[in-house]
Design a protein around this ligand. Structure first.
Ligand SMILES: COc1cc(O)cc(C/C=C(\C)CC/C=C(\C)CC/C=C(\C)CC/C=C(\C)CC/C=C(\C)CC/C=C(\C)CC/C=C(\C)CC/C=C(\C)CC/C=C(\C)CCC=C(C)C)c1O
Ligand SMILES: C[S@@+](CC[C@H](N)C(=O)[O-])C[C@H]1O[C@@H](n2cnc3c(N)ncnc32)[C@H](O)[C@@H]1O
Length: 327
């Protein structure tokens, strides 16, 4: 396993090189990452294999998981309010778009990895419930001579308003799941929803189990992204779909400049004022800059065995939705 992971990290570093070099010019860059291809070759294979990034900081892959855990443990209670404040609610539209792209049907089995406080899962449940209702109405309209008793029975005695759909929220962080469960209770979600503590790199599920795997704003925080992608492929049924909503690369230079200013000058301040946590929000903006571009990430998804991989950039590339199929 160690050798396998080393290779994954090595190949990933090659593709990320131009992106990392771009990061070196950003305000606040403090990484000890080598500043050119020669520097990279001077590092021993051993050292490369165990180094990764926590924001702009170079850390060992053993350390990263703990640091990421601490970030989300610390922000959990203020996570939802921070997202609304930082994005002026735009993150909600991105999440809605992910669901429209997924277009689940009654019966869909979804695994939402790094599902945190449940935003994707709740949208999924609302979506399939509405779909199921629509389908039911259509069926009733198509039937001739239905009595009002039959109609009432269909509406009130419905055994499963989700039509067999289920969502499992899997996250490594207990505090994020705790907030998610509280939100589920408050919003009245119970049926068709399960919460599982687990690592995206070693999912506690059997092979070929889910129709859809989603991950929103999660994969950027995972230590071995290649490993998480392979796990996504393993747990999907043949024909299943991988969907990822993640920060990406802004291609318009003017928007990119404004976005950098906003990210580095405003977001950590909001983090401090609202959540009393500058460092976690500094990590957020740094980790966004470290994440591969749309094309690079598409390649990584293909390397994990997915086919028909496509992506759509949203809000000038601030985020992108990647999609792939296990065929
Ligand atoms: C710890 O890890 C995490 C913690 C979390 O809580 C969440 C996550 C995961 C993340 C999410 C679920 C989504 C979170 C959302 C974001 C990080 C924000 C994404 C950003 C946007 C949608 C807006 C992007 C901004 C631009 C394209 C540039 C526009 C910006 C400006 C006009 C302001 C430029 C800033 C300056 C010149 C600095 C000085 C300005 C001030 C002090 C005034 C403050 C200004 C504002 C508050 C304006 C805010 C403006 C917007 C949001 C603009 C929206 C408009 C458009 C997108 C066109 C996680 O991993
Ligand atoms: C920015 S939040 C995203 C939450 C949610 N998907 C959303 O869109 O609001 C990132 C989540 O990834 C989780 N996470 C980080 N590393 C993980 C891993 N290795 N396995 C599973 N979850 C992980 C964190 O605990 C956190 O809840």
């Amino acid at each position: 396993m160690a050798t396998h992971r080393s290779c994954a990290l090595w190949s990933c570093c090659g593709r990320r090189w131009s992106r990392v070099m771009r990061c070196c010019r950003l305000p606040g860059f403090r990484s000890s990452w080598p500043r050119g291809p020669l520097g990279a070759r001077h590092l021993s294979q051993e050292k490369q294999a165990t180094e990764t990034h926590f924001g702009f900081e170079t850390v060992s892959d053993k350390e990263k998981g703990g640091k990421v855990y601490h970030v989300f443990e610390s922000v959990a209670k203020k996570y939802d309010v921070m997202n609304d404040m930082m994005s002026l609610g735009i993150h909600r539209i991105w999440k809605d778009l992910l669901l429209w792209k997924m277009h689940p049907f009654p019966g869909t089995q979804l695994l939402d990895v790094a599902g945190g406080t449940g935003d994707i899962a709740f949208r999924f449940l609302n979506y399939v419930r509405a779909q199921h209702k629509r389908k039911q109405k259509k069926q009733l309209r198509a039937q001739q001579n239905v009595s009002w008793e039959e109609i009432a029975k269909k509406y009130h005695n419905e055994e499963d308003p989700l039509g067999g759909s289920r969502v499992v929220v899997c996250d490594i962080n207990k505090e994020m799941l705790k907030i998610g469960k509280q939100k589920a209770r408050a919003q009245g979600h119970k049926a068709g929803l399960a919460w599982v503590l687990g690592d995206a790199e070693e999912l506690p599920f059997d092979d070929d189990k889910f129709d859809v795997y989603s991950i929103a704003f999660g994969i950027r925080n995972v230590t071995h992204i290649d490993q998480a992608l392979q796990e996504a492929h393993r747990v999907l049924k043949p024909g299943g779909r991988f969907l990822c909503l993640e920060f990406s690369q802004v291609n318009n230079p003017l928007i990119s400049r404004l976005y950098d200013l906003y990210s580095f000058q405003v977001i950590p301040v909001l983090g401090e004022v609202i959540a009393g946590d500058w460092k976690s929000y500094q990590y957020l903006v740094e980790s966004i800059r470290q994440f591969p571009s749309q094309e690079e990430f598409k390649e990584m998804i293909e390397d994990a065995g997915f086919e028909k991989v496509t992506y759509e950039s949203l809000t000038s590339g601030i985020v992108a939705i990647h999609s792939g199929f296990k065929l």
